[in-house]
Design a protein around this ligand. Structure first.
Ligand code: CUA
Length: 320
């Protein structure tokens, strides 16, 4: 039996998978080696220096300076190296490439729902093209879930209160597991699915299948259904701020604070419009909390994003 047949790790199917594994394996080997060294030393030294009748009291002796310096410097170099290595990998995982394909995900007891920008919707199944960065914007409809793609080595908590973002670039065509990695109730263990990594041409063919119009256009329909367009007009004559070019731009609030209009700002402005009032506007917008579900919120977000193409490459802020 080959070592590769022994399924210690899931397949490496993304650009970062082998980097994550390399760091993980290095840390495991080093920790294992140091543990063996320590336990061997305890065992051997306790025999060598056991109490003897003719040598009842230990003599105090100062450790050689060179020895002390060695056991400070070597671990220091090792810790700094793993710190730099880990940070490099962290930033690589945190920074979403600008040309990423947008997918929207909703976690719900107990299923995963995915929406594509072109409007296709899937449950517990996600189709993505190979060799292309995919950015997933996600939120939960109820409790905290965690979207986990073991083969891509990416995992992130999905929260009920805000959007979070995660990305991966699949490197191999195939079918890989999706798991929920946060205990979320009775059927947590059944909250699984499959991601289908396809050749770009197959993905295009798949996209050509049934859809109810692009996600942004479905968002636009909702925008009209909820009569948002009566205040948010396309010129500055409306009672609400113009949304054209808003996403990714800097907004000045009534208290003169500024912020960048990102996903979570858009979300909050729909669910809790009084939280941040744009300078020059009154607090007149009603809340849509409880009226718009997560799927529809993502459609509205896709619509607001589409009003500002090309997308600003903002870094997701992820306090944890
Ligand atoms: Cu959803 Cu565990």
């Amino acid at each position: 039996m080959m070592l590769s047949d022994f399924p210690l790790w899931p397949e490496q199917a993304s650009t970062i998978a082998r980097h994550t594994d390399a760091l993980y394996i290095t840390l495991t080997i080093v920790c294992g080696a140091v543990s063996v060294l320590i336990f061997t030393a305890i065992f051997v030294l306790s025999i060598i220096y056991r109490r003897r009748p003719d040598n009842q009291l230990a003599q105090e002796e100062e450790a050689p300076k060179a020895l002390e310096a060695t056991w400070i410097i070597i671990p220091f170099i090792f810790f700094m190296a793993t710190f730099v290595w880990g940070s490099w990998l962290y930033f690589r995982i945190a920074r979403v490439p600008d040309n990423a394909l947008d997918i929207y995900a909703t976690g719900k007891q107990w299923m995963w729902k995915f929406q594509h920008p072109t409007g296709q919707r899937e449950i517990n199944e996600l189709h993505v093209p190979v060799n292309r960065p995919v950015r997933i914007t996600m939120a939960s409809e109820d409790v905290i879930h965690s979207l986990f793609f073991p083969a891509f080595r990416v995992k992130m908590d999905v929260l009920p209160s805000r959007y979070r973002m995660m990305w991966f670039q699949a490197t191999r065509v195939g079918r890989y597991h999706i798991f929920c990695a946060e205990y979320c109730g009775t059927l947590h263990s059944g909250m699984t699915g499959w991601v289908d990594v396809m050749e770009a041409t197959d993905y295009q063919k798949w996209l050509a299948g049934g859809s109810e119009g692009s996600l942004a256009s479905q968002g636009q329909a909702l925008f009209q259904k909820y009569a948002c367009n009566t205040c948010h007009t396309e010129d500055a004559t409306g009672r609400g701020p113009v949304l054209l070019g808003l996403y990714g731009s800097t907004v000045t609030l009534s208290n003169n604070a500024t912020l960048v209009a990102d996903d979570n700002y858009i979300r909050e402005s729909i669910l809790n419009p009084q939280a941040k009032i744009v300078k020059g506007f009154g607090p007149i917008m009603p809340t849509f909390q409880g009226q718009v579900n997560e799927d529809d919120l993502l459609k509205l977000l896709a619509y607001v994003r589409s009003l500002s193409a090309p997308r600003a490459g903002t870094l997701p802020k992820e306090p944890k």
